[in-house]
Design a protein around this ligand. Structure first.
Ligand SMILES: NC(=O)c1ccc[n+]([C@@H]2O[C@H](COP(=O)([O-])OP(=O)(O)OC[C@H]3O[C@@H](n4cnc5c(N)ncnc54)[C@H](O)[C@@H]3O)[C@@H](O)[C@H]2O)c1
Length: 320
């Protein structure tokens, strides 16, 4: 059975999905009132305020951690040491050495260590990946993400950590490379020490580049990712209801009779069908598949580490 720890804002969504999948066994939060109110929805599940009690339970095969970010490393480490598979909310750790330690622990014990990068299970992101892998876009040259809005103004986490983790996980998943260069610039306009506007630049060993604009101080609500290929370009716009992904047959090309000058070519614009499955359900199903021995659990853990390492570099650059 699965035990979910942390039942604040996000944890109940994970609990609901595992309950719907018939695998929710335990709930844990150190806030007794909160625990009682969530546990009331799932008769038959056990509830505890003690993480140690959860880890000691023989019927708990895996732990899902939805507590605040600074606690992730320690709780995930304890769970792995107790022999439990772990799904830990994003980001799974705050510093590169912490995630490397978790990856090593999981590998030594052959346990699943899966970060909760929700967007990786979004059918539109899967579609982008499919287009890239099939060579539909040609060589990918650059990717850029826009995650902007006016608010919610956060005071405990900057825009890079609050918003950027999503785009970073997607960019690294799409390009399947670790950046050799990661630079971030930003400013803390509203709360001292908490950057609300952040611009990030990433360069990859293959020469591809990426950019992220992250802000809660912006007139536009944007949740957009653009992939520029040599043959075609694709955009994932999460603000759209039906046109999540748009593919543009736009590209530069050299006409043979134009003395080597670059021309541009504009063809059709098409909208591939993208399923409407709930990404969180797909994420939970993937966790259960990994536990069952399907898929590549080591790659999932390594990919999670790649995101934390890049986040670590960007954070150093932002504050450097
Ligand atoms: N994937 C997504 O889209 C998404 C969205 C929102 C939040 N999150 C992630 O979910 C995590 C939780 O965020 P939140 O907004 O729900 O936080 P929250 O503060 O609302 O809830 C955290 C809960 O954890 C409990 N807790 C803390 N330490 C504990 C411990 N040692 N043992 C038991 N309970 C403990 C707290 O009592 C609290 O109820 C964060 O990592 C956040 O990044 C992910």
């Amino acid at each position: 059975m699965i035990g979910v720890v942390g039942l604040g804002y996000w944890g109940p969504n994970l609990a609901r999905n595992f309950a719907e999948l018939g695998r929710l066994g335990w709930l844990c939060d150190r806030d007794e009132a909160l625990l009682g109110s969530v546990a009331g929805r799932y008769p038959g599940t056990r509830a505890t305020t003690s993480f140690d009690e959860l880890l000691a339970a023989d019927d708990v095969e895996a732990v899902v951690i939805a507590t605040p970010v600074p606690t992730h490393h320690e709780l995930a480490k304890q769970a792995l040491l107790a022999g439990k598979h772990v799904l830990v909310e994003k980001p799974p750790a705050m510093r590169a050495p912490e995630i490397d330690e978790l990856v090593d622990l999981a590998a030594e014990r052959d346990l699943v260590l899966m970060p909760g990068h929700l967007l990786l299970y979004h059918p539109a992101v899967r579609k982008l990946k499919e287009l890239i892998v099939a060579g539909e876009l040609g060589d990918v040259l650059c990717v850029y993400g826009n995650r902007q809005n006016l608010g919610i103004v956060r005071t405990n986490e900057n825009a890079l950590w609050s918003l950027g983790v999503h785009d970073l996980s997607v960019i690294l998943y799409l390009l399947d490379e670790e950046p050799s260069e990661a630079v971030a610039h930003g400013r803390d306009f509203l709360t001292d020490g908490v950057e609300d506007v952040v611009f990030c630049y990433l360069r990859f060993p293959s020469g591809k580049i990426a950019h992220m604009h992250l802000s809660w101080l912006d007139p536009h609500k944007m949740r957009k990712l653009t992939v520029v290929g040599r043959e075609k370009m694709a955009v994932f716009d999460d603000m759209e209801l039906e046109r999540k992904v748009t593919v543009y047959e736009k590209a530069p090309w050299k006409r043979t009779d134009s003395y080597g000058e670059w021309q541009t070519r504009s063809g059709d614009i098409w909208i591939p069908k993208v399923p409407t499955d709930e990404p969180l359900k797909l994420e939970c199903q993937e966790f259960l598949r990994l536990i069952a021995g399907e898929g590549d659990r080591r790659k999932v853990a390594e990919d999670g580490a790649r995101v934390v390492r890049a986040l670590d570099k960007l954070t150093e650059s932002l504050h450097g």
